[in-house]
Design a protein around this ligand. Structure first.
Ligand code: B12
Ligand code: SF4
Length: 501
């Protein structure tokens, strides 16, 4: 088997100093932490510094004014977590892949006198597991809970568990406090969110977790536009699960974003192409790329997952609608469904090349605890283990139906090797000759430069290196928008390529 290059810092977290003892605890000082997770060397390291999670900046935004708050992201490779001044409260976001690290950090800070609050997706799905590691658990929507928790700490009345649902009007939340982020360390710090939830409930998605009720909610267009404007970043990434669940809302949002003359990308389902006029509005508003969960080219797999989506036979035509408006497509594919055989790997990459997808992301099917898929796998006795660290969609954690776990793991690695090969990059070049050079620059920088990414991340040079490419993309996109606005039909050869991914 081929072993890709991976430095220690990308697979192991920094060591925690067992000897360190704080002098004093600083009162009303909260430290928010995004724990380390191991990076998959088959994929691009660049993905991890594209844009930050909004979990902790959202919590920071809800911090009462009499509290000081800072943010530490272990994935930025800046060494061991901070301890001077020593925080009174440490808030940690927990996903299953980095739960183990979150618990280590919790133990380290707690044993030195800090109060530790755990929140996030994994706390919601496995509260019993998380409870012994925390002074308090925040289960569900954290923006409402955080100020209450801090107040209870001040008055010495901290409870063990706090719960909030997702029915509270989303538009009433304070904006995320992005000023805490290191602008040097990310391609863009403009992680944006306009909606919550999704019109689907796919059986493998975390949104289908038992007890999680997340009605689709939209924030006011003006709010989102103002936030994007305030970031002063030229490129934004919408981290919504599905920005396109309500086409009419997306259209309004696009109209609001258009005057900003910025560029952005978002995750949507392929249904956005139901109405090409919506795709046109997206392009006119600055959308340079979409992340689309195609999941599978087998209809039976989509039916099993209960994903309400156009049939795979329709995908090609719909991808060309996006390309017709200069929107690049990053397709997300899940491998290892029950109707997948060993031919799935070649078939999927062949399709990606045929349809010239600029980028793709592969995921090994992963049953997240609490989801219908997890229950099914458990009932069928197909789970190999419950080591959550390996539940990162880069490892096989269950017995596939029509192949061995090893065959699935090797097929997944092969898909990335093939996608990032010179020949595949070349085959997928855009039809417009003027777009080929920027496409190649972006592809090589993103897909074949993990050594460079490691260097850029460590030395906080990500923004400096990418910014000129982003600015170039923005200017080329403004020219495209002008041509598009002047014509009623899609442009002939409109492909432009974003510096984002
Ligand atoms: C941005 C993002 C990333 C970024 C940054 C990730 C990071 N951890 O730093 C990048 C691109 C690097 C990334 C990578 C991956 N990601 Co990602 N990512 C997202 C995304 C799109 C947005 C996250 C976000 O900002 N959400 C908005 C915030 C506000 O919501 P929230 O996190 O739930 O936080 C709220 C509450 O949970 C709670 N809360 C959370 N933390 C805390 C802490 C405290 C103290 C309190 C009080 C409350 C609280 O309050 C918050 C406000 O209500 C989500 C999908 C989504 N829309 O959520 C996927 C998602 C989190 N990613 C996912 C996955 C699988 C991955 C990868 C493993 C994929 C891969 N194979 O490469 C990698 C590896 C990262 C990893 N191991 O976690 C899954 C996680 C599934 C799961 N059950 O754990 C998600 C849910 C996508 C999905 N639909 O499946 N990701
Ligand atoms: S369409 Fe995507 S975000 Fe929506 S439920 Fe399915 S996997 Fe989750």
């Amino acid at each position: 088997m081929h072993h890709p290059w991976v430095p220690r810092e990308m697979t192991l977290p920094p060591r925690l100093d067992r000897e360190m003892q704080p002098n004093t605890v600083r009162l009303r000082y909260a430290l928010l932490m995004n724990p380390f997770y191991p990076k998959d060397p088959h994929a691009s390291f660049g993905k991890h510094v594209l844009t930050p999670t909004l979990a902790l900046t959202s919590i920071a935004g809800a911090t009462p004014a009499n509290w000081e708050v800072t943010y530490w992201d272990e994935n930025l490779l800046q060494g061991p977590p901070p301890w001077e001044p020593f925080p009174q409260v440490v808030g940690i976001t927990v996903h299953l892949t980095f739960a183990q690290r979150a618990y280590e950090l919790a133990e380290w800070y707690r044993s030195r006198g800090a109060r530790v609050v755990l929140g996030g997706l994994h706390v919601l799905s496995c509260p019993e597991e998380a409870a012994p590691h925390a002074d308090a658990l925040a289960i569900g929507e954290g923006v409402q809970l955080w100020p209450r928790i801090l107040r209870d700490i001040e008055t010495g009345k901290l409870q063990k568990t706090y719960r909030a649902d997702y029915h509270h009007p989303y538009r009433e939340d304070p904006p995320p406090r992005r000023s805490l982020l290191s602008t040097k360390s990310f391609l863009t710090t403009a992680s944006l969110i306009a909606t919550r939830g999704c019109h689907n409930r796919c059986g493998f998605c975390y949104l289908a977790t038992d007890g999680l009720k997340m009605p689709y909610q939209m924030r006011d267009v003006e709010q989102v536009v103002e936030e994007f404007q305030a970031t002063s970043q030229p490129y934004g990434v919408f981290v919504d699960n599905n920005l396109g669940s309500r086409p009419e809302y997306l259209k309004q949002l696009c109209r609001g974003l258009r005057p900003l003359e910025k560029v952005w990308s978002a995750a949507v389902t392929i249904d956005v192409t139901d109405d090409p006029s919506l795709v046109r509005e997206m392009a006119l508003a600055g959308c340079t790329g979409v992340f689309v969960g195609f999941e599978s080219l087998e209809n039976d797999n989509l039916m099993d997952a209960r994903k309400r989506t156009p049939q795979p036979a329709e995908y090609s035509r719909r991808v060309s609608i996006l390309h017709d408006y200069g929107i690049q497509v990053n397709g997300s594919f899940v491998l290892g469904f029950d109707h997948d055989r060993k031919s799935v790997f070649e078939k999927t990459v062949g399709w990606i090349e045929e349809n010239r997808l600029e980028c793709a992301t592969f995921h090994i099917l992963t049953p997240y605890p609490g989801t219908p898929l997890f229950k099914q796998m458990e009932a069928e006795n197909r789970l190999l283990h419950k080591n959550w660290t390996l539940y990162d969609t880069g490892h096989v954690v269950f017995r596939p139906r029509h192949m061995t776990p090893e065959e699935l793991a090797e097929g997944y690695a092969w898909c990335y090797r093939r996608l990032f090969s010179h020949s595949s990059i070349w085959r997928r070049r855009p039809a417009d000759p003027r777009a080929v050079l920027p496409y190649l620059a972006m592809s090589y920088l993103y897909k074949r430069s993990n050594r460079l990414w490691h260097f850029l991340i460590r030395h906080q040079l990500t923004a400096q290196v990418w910014r000129p490419l982003v600015e170039l993309t923005r200017r080329r996109h403004l020219a495209l928008r002008k041509r598009l606005a002047d014509s009623d039909a899609p442009l002939a050869c409109p492909a432009i390529v974003a510096a984002g991914v």
